[in-house]
Design a protein around this ligand. Structure first.
Ligand SMILES: Nc1nc2c(ncn2[C@@H]2O[C@H](COP(=O)(O)OP(=O)(O)OP(=O)(O)O)[C@@H](O)[C@H]2O)c(=O)[nH]1
Length: 319
């Protein structure tokens, strides 16, 4: 029986996993691919973005699938093998703080490995900030170490020194994985061809240990958290941009990521808002994103205080 090929995308918050996934799906257009989107916040934003390129998207929000191995992920994996036709390829976008070792471990369990083959773990790295992120968040080195292929993304934004330093760090942490540079997640689709993940050769005992549901999730141990903010009133986008640009400079060590949809007072349209580090993008939403409120923003970082962030965002609401 032909097994479903699995590619796991890991990488820290905002490194470019969704961008890479969309770039790959565009190139694979017409193939029978399925996507599982796992997001850190309570509200899924990426699912809507990926759905532009794949109709078969399963969303698992509010929790890491590497921590809830017995729940939603298993349900989806069980459902997929009953699809007709059975998908050829499953892409899983892990959350930015996922433990890729545990996630890969699931595909080595005997019941799962009968129908699925872990082809590759792709680690996405932001060339402009990987050195800093390695110091700030312990998840980053684990994600890099567990990858079969490392995509060094955003190289057009990075200096030559940053790229050289990033390459050195990646080589030290993971000498096995080829490093592919990319702009906006674009890599040749040939990198997906017939591979078998290095993780697929782990010893059965270590696999079983890795894939065991843990009493406490690593998110409970991590000091990274998310807050979700919904607004019925539209925003003054210039004002919001100003407030956020200043805040991202001031709180660069606390706010890792903001993403969501905001409605503009000026033209009544919805805009996609994304920040990674100090970089902020507000662009027209290409497709309607299914959020319950006209504006929904998810903020991810360390030591976040919901009320303070809410006050800050409200400064961007149109008067
Ligand atoms: N300038 C620039 N921006 C990029 C590039 N690749 C991705 N981005 C932007 O970086 C932001 C984060 O990209 P995503 O693909 O959503 O990152 P992610 O890793 O999926 O993020 P999370 O799911 O939140 O962990 C978005 O605003 C992208 O448009 C790039 O090569 N250059």
């Amino acid at each position: 029986m032909k097994k479903i090929q699995v590619t796991i995308l890991t990488g820290f918050l905002g490194a470019g996993k969704t961008t890479l996934l969309n770039a790959l799906l565009q190139q694979l257009n017409g193939q029978n691919n399925v996507v599982i989107e796992n997001e850190f916040g309570q509200v899924s934003i990426d699912g809507g973005l990926v759905r532009q390129y794949s109709s078969d998207v399963y969303e698992i929000s509010n929790g890491c699938i590497c921590c809830s191995l017995d729940d939603e992920l298993f349900d989806v994996l069980t459902e997929l093998v009953h699809e007709d036709p059975v998908p050829d390829h499953l892409f899983i976008e892990a959350t930015g703080v996922a433990d890729s070792g545990s996630l890969s471990g699931i595909f080595l369990r005997r019941d799962i490995s009968q129908r699925y083959e872990l082809a590759q773990v792709i680690g996405v790295v932001d060339a402009t900030n990987v050195a800093q992120r390695l110091e700030e968040a312990e998840e980053v080195s684990r994600q890099i170490t567990a990858a079969d292929l490392l995509v060094l993304n955003k190289i057009q934004e990075a200096t030559e020194e940053q790229i050289a330093e990033a390459r050195d760090l990646l080589r030290q942490l993971n000498p096995f994985a080829p490093v592919v540079p990319s702009e906006d997640g674009r890599i040749p689709v040939s990198w997906l061809e017939t591979r078998r993940s290095r993780m697929a050769f782990q010893l059965p005992e270590s696999v079983a240990a890795a894939a065991k549901p843990k009493a406490t999730s690593h998110l409970q141990q991590s000091d990274i958290s998310s807050t979700t903010h919904t607004f019925d009133q539209p925003f003054d986008l210039n004002q919001l941009r100003h407030v956020l640009t200043v805040s991202l400079m001031l709180y660069a060590k606390q706010i890792y990521r903001i993403k969501g949809v905001v409605k503009s007072k000026e033209d009544g349209q919805s805009y996609l808002l994304q920040s990674t580090g100090k970089a902020l993008q507000i662009t027209p939403a290409a497709a309607p994103l299914s959020t319950d409120s006209p504006s929904t923003l998810v903020v991810i970082g360390k030591g976040l205080k919901k009320e303070a962030i809410e006050r800050l965002l409200r400064q961007g609401v149109a008067r």
